[in-house]
Design a protein around this ligand. Structure first.
Ligand code: CU
Length: 149
């Protein structure tokens, strides 16, 4: 494959550059085998700078993946989980290293796993996109684009 592309590339520098860029992008998306669906953040209440993000994360790869943590530029973001405590009160705790078995999905949703985000700006409005990065298997990053709704 390399030999072929080397020969081909002699007379087609620009096309090859494009192919190279496209294949790199594709690899970045595919090598984790994780699919994100329905990533959204509730628009913060007026005057509040804190909100909660949700998403569905499917593992289409052939191995277990671990979500270690989340980063959002200029914001404080952390993975949380909610549970009922011994008094029946809904409580939440930080959580790290969430396992996703192969061919399964975890859903961040109200009453369960969620992303706490603070430091939000008041300029955010419905439909704004907020990009964060999930750290997967300690070394890999997966970008999540949360829509404000
Ligand atoms: Cu929380």
């Amino acid at each position: 494959m390399k030999e072929i592309s080397k020969k081909f590339c002699k007379g087609h520098h620009i096309i090859c550059l494009l192919i190279f860029i496209i294949s790199c992008t594709a690899e970045k998306d595919n090598n984790l085998g994780l699919i994100i669906d329905d990533a959204y953040i509730n628009l913060p209440l007026k005057g509040q700078m804190i909100s909660v993000g949700y998403l569905k994360l499917s593992n289409n790869s052939s191995e277990t993946k671990v979500v270690n943590k989340i980063f959002c530029q200029d914001l404080n973001a952390s993975l949380h989980t909610s549970y009922l405590n011994s008094e029946g009160m809904l409580t939440m705790n930080p959580i790290k290293d969430i396992l996703i078995e192969r061919n399964s999905a975890i859903i961040f949703q109200p009453g369960s796993h969620h992303v706490m985000i603070s430091g939000l700006k008041s300029s955010l409005e419905l439909g704004s996109i907020l990009e964060c990065n999930l750290i997967i298997d300690k070394t890999k990053e997966l970008t999540v684009a949360f829509t404000l709704k």
